[in-house]
Design a protein. Sequence first.
Length: 269
Amino acid sequence: MANEAIAKNGDPGHRPVRRWPTRHGALILLAIGAYAICVDLAEVDLHRLWVGLPKLAHWLGRAWPPDLTDLGLLLFRAAETVAMATVGTSLGIVIAAPICLYAARNVTPSALLYYPARWLLNLLRGIDSFVFALLFVAAVGLGPFAGVLGIGLHSAGSIAKLWSETMEGMVPGPLEAIAMTGASRFKLIVYGVVPELLPMLLSTSLYIWEFNIRSSTVLGLVGAGGIGQDLKNSVDLLDFSSVLTIILIILAMVTAIDQTSAWLRKRMT
């Protein structure tokens, strides 16, 4: 009887060995091979890093103490960077607001417009604000306005994508109830979508604004204004004391913005 029970239910003291599927092993080997190719293409060389570390230490030694001679001008450039990111983000919100309504399946007025709207968002998100700023420098000239336009277009793609996905994640009940009253699509959005998702939409916008301030510090490298231009000039002149001053200003600015954005997002939820 005992042998029959064991044959039927299996030996309780023996656990079957789980064999790793062959296809999983092949995928792991493929991933390792792809990563090895990436390391080779990226020209990763730890020896060069080891040789370069003493140079970096020497430069850091020359950077102290920070040069505060042009502190007033650098603070103005930092304020210019914040203004550029703020106006650019608001421009992105204005552009994103109508696009996200076409890119969300549950509120788009036509299924034929859904995929073109998604393709447009991929285009805006796929081109970095740095590249957009470079193009607008050629179009409108040097200065922060080119940075505003570059940030605005790239931000529009990111904001609209996040907003549309938030809308698609809504519980359908409230929207269906409003639609059954015969309300127009405009009223459906105003009374059904906006009140339900407004805190989340604002939180997303603040996060993008916070990100734009960090990223806009380098737009000056292409002549789009902000403190990035001063950073590039100081690096080109090997003025490491000024470089340290600019880095400290950027660090303080980004930290303050991060804390402010986190506080505002917390108040909204």
